[in-house]
Design a protein around this ligand. Structure first.
Ligand SMILES: Cc1cc2nc3c(=O)[nH]c(=O)nc-3n(C[C@H](O)[C@H](O)[C@H](O)COP(=O)(O)OP(=O)(O)OC[C@H]3O[C@@H](n4cnc5c(N)ncnc54)[C@H](O)[C@@H]3O)c2cc1C
Length: 284
């Protein structure tokens, strides 16, 4: 289908984009890579009067080293995240999740910030961002504010970004030297996961010293598997050592039931994937 008619503006600065948002209010919609928004417009599930394209704002693009964190601009494409040596070295689980996100065409158009702002609970990037303790920098007419990942994801397709605000960048604390793995379970390659697990672990002498575990599609937002993290601390990095901790993966989750599987099936899959992801991250 063809989208309903809309006006199109392409500002070259965040200030101009915010001014356009303020001018058009509820009738405006931001477009980043368009990989999620355009299908919505084509199906006429949304019909904004004005579309504000962030594609010409150069300051929103790029990845920089900022001491103990990486800063990823909201308009950085999945391809650029995936091929970044900085991301692979300091936030490996994000690079690995991006390896498995959609296909090459979509990774060249879709953006890191767009995917996180879209907040699809089956999106591949939220679990890694949440588990690594990312912070989201959001610009509005009153200046910028920083929101922790634990407060950024609010509900299905809902984040802390206000209607008159723009996500500008995401700060990801470095986990240099930690092992990482993203285990994604799909029926059809290049699709959204039925369930997935983002694991980042620090191993010392064959023992897991610390772990950061995030779950995809196990609730209305990405979920941090804190029970697993607690049980992994001090566990041997072996199949037997990890099993009991991984069995806690479904604690506190509220997975959906759909044609791909019911909630109980997802709870079971989450424990299996968590075990695999942790062992792979630990290099065991
Ligand atoms: C066939 C197909 C397969 C896919 N498979 C996967 C997959 O396996 N895993 C996965 O995770 N994703 C998948 N995707 C989605 C893809 O990752 C998109 O790139 C992503 O969801 C949206 O990024 P975007 O830059 O295209 O955002 P857009 O589509 O442009 O925008 C998405 C939403 O975010 C808002 N938004 C965007 N940027 C900002 C910002 N800076 N500030 C505030 N609001 C903003 C927009 O207003 C819109 O509501 C798939 C998409 C397609 C079409």
């Amino acid at each position: 289908m063809i989208p309903a008619q809309f006006d199109y503006v392409a500002p070259t600065s965040v200030e101009d984009a915010l001014a356009a948002l303020a001018e058009h209010g509820d009738d405006a919609k931001i477009i980043a890579g368009g990989q999620s928004l355009l299908p919505v417009l084509r199906m006429r599930l949304n019909a904004p009067e004005t579309v504000i394209d962030l594609g010409r704002i150069d300051s929103l693009r790029g990845i920089r080293d900022d001491g103990d964190a990486l800063v990823i601009g909201a308009m950085t494409t999945h391809h650029d995240v995936r091929t970044s040596d900085l991301v692979r070295e300091h936030a490996g689980v994000i690079a690995k999740a991006t390896d498995l996100l959609a296909d090459s065409q979509i990774r060249h158009r879709g953006t890191f910030g767009g995917a996180l702002a879209h907040a699809d609970p089956a999106g591949d990037l939220g679990a890694g961002a949440l588990s690594l303790g990312a912070e989201f920098v959001i610009a509005g007419s009153g200046g910028t504010r920083t929101v922790p990942a634990s407060e950024f994801f609010v509900d299905f397709f809902e984040t802390a970004i206000g209607d008159d605000e723009i996500l500008t960048e995401v700060r990801v604390p470095k986990h240099t030297g930690w092992g990482s793995h993203y285990e994604k379970f799909v029926r059809i390659v290049h699709q959204w996961p039925i369930v997935a697990v983002a694991a980042t672990v620090r191993v010392e002498g064959g023992t897991i010293a610390e772990a950061r575990i995030g779950l995809t599609n196990m609730g209305s937002t990405p979920v941090r598997a804190t029970g697993v993290e607690e049980s992994l601390a001090g566990a041997e990095a072996t199949e037997d050592g990890v099993r009991a901790a991984a069995d806690r993966a479904a604690e506190g989750t509220d997975p959906p039931s759909d044609l791909n599987g019911d909630a109980d099936y997802r709870r079971h899959i989450a424990t299996v994937l968590t075990r695999r992801a942790v062992l792979a991250a630990a290099g065991a």
